[in-house]
Design a protein around this ligand. Structure first.
Ligand code: ZN
Ligand code: ZN
Length: 197
């Protein structure tokens, strides 16, 4: 009888079990993220990985726009504010600061119009805008934010977001992973645009 040939066990992806031709643990970025989400749990992954990356992407995309005038609420009324590439404007007070690494009041954050506690609006770009660290302190300058939303996005958007926020919604692991991968791609593109690449 012929001796059975000894087979070396194939290397497989830790997430999807696909056969791999290298010694890598995962077959690609998506499986790496699936594993991260599974090990952290949806809640932690959503807040510490997806939401933070989404918020950073919002600031980077605002800062990557060509320099010029944007509208912001300054002392309670809508005014034009000038910004340069790489800078963001706080929509509720008009403070201008670098999109990343600003200090004190010039530290730019991403504020939520409807509470980010509701998952249905947490990662919706229409629900967020750049705010300075001062304005983004709870409760987050709601009157100025509403005024800015009415002027810059319209009442229909507010109605849409407020009804969306009331709907119970929970992201699946796959949705969270896809969202993070998409945000990460857009963030990199915005950073490259700022550097003129
Ligand atoms: Zn895989
Ligand atoms: Zn502000």
């Amino acid at each position: 009888m012929k001796k059975a040939r000894k087979l070396t066990p194939a290397n497989r992806c830790d997430s999807c079990d696909a056969e791999l031709d290298t010694k890598r643990r995962f077959c690609g970025a998506r499986c790496t993220e699936i594993h991260l989400c599974t090990s952290k749990g949806n809640h932690k992954y959503r807040h510490h990985f997806v939401a933070t990356e989404f918020q950073m992407m919002i600031r980077a995309e605002a800062a990557a726009k060509p320099h010029g005038i944007v509208r912001a609420v300054v002392n309670g009324i809508i005014r034009p504010v000038h910004r340069l590439v790489g800078e963001c404007v706080c929509v509720t007070c008009g403070t201008v600061g670098p999109w990343i690494g600003g200090r004190g009041r010039q530290q730019m954050q991403t504020g939520h119009f409807c509470s980010r506690k509701d998952q249905s609006v947490l990662l919706n770009a229409l629900n967020v805008a750049v705010q300075c660290a001062g304005c983004n302190q709870p409760p987050g300058s709601p009157n100025e934010f509403r005024l800015w939303m009415i002027n810059c996005r319209g009442v229909e958007v507010i109605t849409f977001l407020e009804s969306l926020a009331r709907k119970p919604f929970a992201f699946t692991r796959e949705q969270l992973v896809d969202k993070r991968l998409a945000c990460s791609k857009r963030l990199k593109a915005a950073e490259a645009k700022m550097k003129g690449i």
